[in-house]
Design a protein around this ligand. Structure first.
Ligand code: MN
Ligand code: MN
Length: 413
């Protein structure tokens, strides 16, 4: 590496000179299709301005200099949680990425939340259903089913939960250091700051009604904060079994567990390049409206070329680095780079792949507003057609087609 030139800038300069050479060729003679194709990054685009945000430049090599196959206007499908406003409260913090931030994300919105040990995300509910992945640490969660039976459980890293629309719930950070988790809502315009909070509601109900409703004197209720507690430091809970017993009373526990040990489940598909776990209404009964795939790609691994016929795909990058090209038809394609904490989005039926571009595992979630996970693998499709039809389209030989994977691999190689 030349001194003082970082790897991605160097790559940029190298490709830039190739583009300049292609430009010179064009000027000297006729235009071939290849030369026209590379026109978007020839000549002028190869001159570095030298005033760019260096960190963003390094994180987005495929935006700084798109691959020659990218073309046309495809609206951004990436938004880093880092750019979202962080609402910091005494018991933790939260931030959200909704359709207001990422305009293509109409079907799904996401929230990251951190709770200190004892920190409580207040008892609340909302219209959207809430699917969640624990990223770090431990929490105690509560809910109640439509029969009035209670659910109390502890969740750890790699566990998921789902609270259907209108089911009241809470989350509390446990020892040693609370928790950090991802919440996914099946509505792009969901607003985490406008949920129905227990204390907010109580504070806006006449005291004599509260007294009559619970059969206690008005004086039994101390004043509550005007806007609810939202996230606040609470009392660390005791043993789980005691909390479960106390909450159940004589009714017994909820018949439906609202959580699921996702990372304890064997991989749905495992390959040399990585593995995927698929969870939806068929194996997680409490999640009839959200389907998800948890993908681990080893360095160099590829989430194969595919698309989803039944829903948009909302992505969350848990760790590592990768890139994705989304093809939007009409000769429009765009490649963007992703890393930990980024949200990605692919509209229904837009084909795409995801490649691990780093030297560590790339871990990400694909989440769908759908009862069941569904995708179409390009390789599976092409190997299940009359072969001559494929030869006529792609100009490939029988020998080449014979090497294509004949079933969906999900991950390559
Ligand atoms: Mn909630
Ligand atoms: Mn996908």
């Amino acid at each position: 590496m030349a001194e003082g030139v970082n790897p991605s800038r160097r790559r940029f300069l190298e490709i830039g000179s190739v583009a300049l050479a292609a430009g010179a060729l064009t000027a000297a003679g006729g235009q071939t299709q290849q030369e026209v194709k590379s026109g978007e990054h020839s000549a002028s685009s190869s001159l570095p301005l030298g005033k760019e945000n260096a960190a963003l430049y390094d994180e987005n090599p495929d935006s700084v200099l798109p691959p020659a196959t990218d073309h046309g206007n495809v609206p951004t499908f990436k938004y880093p949680f880092t750019l979202a406003h962080k609402r910091v409260q005494p018991g933790g913090w939260t931030r959200q990425v909704t359709v207001a931030d990422l305009h293509v994300s109409k079907e799904i919105a996401g929230v990251e939340m951190r709770l200190i040990a004892g920190g409580i995300r207040e008892l609340h509910w909302h219209n959207a259903s809430e699917w969640a992945l624990m990223l770090n640490g431990n929490a105690r969660i509560t809910c109640i089913d439509p029969d009035g039976r209670s659910f109390v459980d502890d969740v750890k890293e790699g566990d998921i939960w789902n609270f259907p629309s209108g089911y009241p719930h809470s989350i509390q950070g446990l020892r040693p250091d609370g928790c950090e988790f991802l919440l996914v809502f099946d509505d792009g315009s969901f607003d985490e700051y406008e949920t129905v909070l227990l204390t907010d509601w109580m504070a806006h109900t006449p005291p004599e009604i509260l007294a009559k409703n619970f059969g206690v004197p008005v004086s039994a209720f101390p004043p509550l904060p005007e806007e609810g507690r939202y996230i606040f430091p609470g009392t660390l809970p005791g043993p789980l079994a005691a909390d479960q017993r106390a909450a159940q009373g004589s009714l017994g526990p909820s018949r439906l567990p609202f959580d699921f040990r996702l990372m304890e489940m064997p991989a749905t598909k495992k390959a040399q390049g990585g593995e995927v776990r698929i969870v939806d209404g068929s194996n997680f009964k409490a999640s009839p409206q959200i389907a998800a795939a948890h993908v681990i790609l080893h360095p160099g691994g590829l989430r194969e070329m595919h698309w989803h016929p039944n829903a948009d795909e909302w992505q969350y990058y848990v760790k590592g680095k990768g890139r994705m090209t989304v093809f939007a038809a009409g000769a429009r394609a765009r490649t963007m780079d992703f890393e930990q904490g980024d949200v990605g989005y692919v509209q229904r039926n837009f084909p795409h792949y995801i490649e691990n571009t780093g030297d560590t595992d790339l871990v990400f979630l694909e989440v769908f507003k759908a009862s069941h996970y569904q995708d179409v693998s390009l390789s599976n499709w092409l190997t299940h057609l009359p072969p001559q039809l494929v030869f006529d389209h792609l100009g490939i030989t029988q020998e080449t087609l014979d090497k294509f994977p004949r079933e969906e691999r999900v991950v390559m190689p």
